[in-house]
Write a new protein. Structure first.
Length: 101
C-alpha cells in the first residue's frame, strides 16, 4: 500500500468561483484510475496543541503500490489540476508513506 497525503494552504482573498474551482478539481483527483481510495476534507474541529489545523484542504489518496502512485503523477487529470489550481495555493506539503511490513 502507498499513501499520498497532500495538504494545501489556499491563498486568502480567493473569489468564491476560484474556491469552487479548486474544490471541484481536487475532488476529481480521487477518481483517477490508479487511486484505490481517496479522501478530500478540511481540518477537524479538534483542539489539542499537537494538531496542526492551519491548512485549508487535506487530500489523502491510497494506491496499491508505488507504481500506482507513479501513474497518478502523470495522469492528465493530475496535470490539469496542477496547472489550473496552483495559483490558488500559497503552500503545499506532501507526505508519502508505505505500509510497514
Amino acid at each position: 500500500m502507498f499513501v499520498h497525503s497532500v495538504y494545501f494552504w489556499l491563498k486568502p482573498g480567493l473569489t468564491s468561483e476560484e474556491k469552487e474551482a479548486f474544490w471541484v478539481a481536487v475532488r476529481s483527483l480521487t477518481r483517477i484510475k490508479s487511486v484505490r481510495h481517496g479522501y478530500v476534507g478540511t481540518p477537524a474541529a479538534t483542539d489539542r496543541p499537537i494538531i496542526d489545523r492551519s491548512y485549508s484542504c487535506a487530500l489523502v489518496l491510497i494506491f496499491d503500490d508505488a507504481a500506482g502512485q507513479d501513474l497518478y503523477q502523470v495522469d492528465p487529470v493530475h496535470d490539469r489540476f496542477r496547472t489550473d489550481c496552483s495559483p490558488f495555493w500559497s503552500k503545499v506539503v506532501i507526505y508519502d508513506a508505505v505500509e510497514e511490513k
